[in-house]
Design a protein around this ligand. Sequence first.
Ligand SMILES: C[S@@+](CC[C@H](N)C(=O)[O-])C[C@H]1O[C@@H](n2cnc3c(N)ncnc32)[C@H](O)[C@@H]1O
Ligand code: SF4
Length: 416
Amino acid sequence: MDSVAIAADSLKGPHFSTLPPLSLYVHIPWCVRKCPYCDFNSHTAKGELPEDAYVDALLRDLESALPAVWGRKVVSVFIGGGTPSLFSAASIDRLLGGIRARLPILPGAETTLEANPGTFERQKFADFFGAGVNRLSLGIQSFDPAMLRALGRVHDDDEARRAAEAALMIFGNVNFDLMYGLPQQTVEGAQADLAAALAFSPPHLSFYQLTLEPNTLFHRTPPPLPDEDTAADIEGAVHATLGRAGYAHYETSAYARPGRQCAHNMNYWTFGDYLGIGAGAHAKLSFPDRIVRQLRWKQPKQYLEKMAAGAPLQEEITVSRDDIGFEFMLNALRLTDGVAASLFAERTGFSLSLVNRAVEAATAKGLLEADPSRLKPTELGRRFQNDLLELFLPRRRAPGVRVAPLLQVEATGVER
Ligand SMILES: C[S@@+](CC[C@H](N)C(=O)[O-])C[C@H]1O[C@@H](n2cnc3c(N)ncnc32)[C@H](O)[C@@H]1O
Ligand code: SF4
């Protein structure tokens, strides 16, 4: 190829004959009280929430986004936060009804709502189900009362148990968010905590190691966390116990019983598209010749004002060719089984040759399986995920950037 052809080729964008599956993320940015470790776009609810105005804004936001997703069917919906269960069931009903009236949702599509046990009321949860929520993601964190206090949670272990029991009865399809590596936690303590969770046999568990995120109270005044070896021992013990209990560790932080993987997050990890509405929500949308990322205004008040003026977007960028390859890998390599190699072209619009050199280097280092039909991390690659991902970093990005925690949490339509 001569230099002109090379230059022209490097300018070419992606090409899609079929667009990826589309999910919808809805962000509700308020909580009873801000937790000291949390750097999500969540804000302590002061006084009465502007629920009606916010649902109106979300539906207007959706309407303004319709031309970008025209004719496409939504495969999953995730209402995350913050604490969406702070909203009344009537508001969630109006929101889901409004979404269905504007956007075709596949019949039976997974529709998740995030809930905090501190907001639990049996009738309210039943009404969420009546409104069309068919999966509940419950922020339990721990069943140990001392740990819940250390985490500054608004609920105790009894409330966590009551919410867990009712959620399983009403929804069946339930995720528990649990954290480990908690202040002064021992391996035995973590095992007892996990046993308490397993007593409920939840279909899905998300396990996050507590991290000290910048801009949080814990970052400024760190609690006494277990050392690295103890945290690694806890992780090993948790992993072994969950395996024996029949859970597949299918993604870095996610464990599921057979058939109970989170469809919404699977769409993120397989580089599907998502429209994100609400304060600070992110979207990734493919068009026949480009992939676009959008960011909505972050502060709830600002979002409501901008929405009233008909301008929800703070930023919209076309993803560059180099970033597309990296972003695909950042997601796909979180999956224990990786993905079919053919998915790369389907979801990025480029041939796999875009990342050939990095694939070869990762395989040579024993971080990727040497199977040309799959992009699958080896056990070593899963252990040293950052080293693996750094090989795919576009050259202009400095190595050492924090890549692993980017998509750590259940709902990733809002990144921290
Ligand atoms: C947006 S919250 C949703 C649940 C709900 N807001 C609650 O906390 O009950 C998602 C999850 O992220 C996890 N998380 C938040 N901050 C974290 C941190 N600093 N380290 C590890 N996990 C964290 C928690 O397990 C939390 O349940
Ligand atoms: S962890 Fe959950 S409840 Fe706590 S502040 Fe963050 S989003 Fe709100």
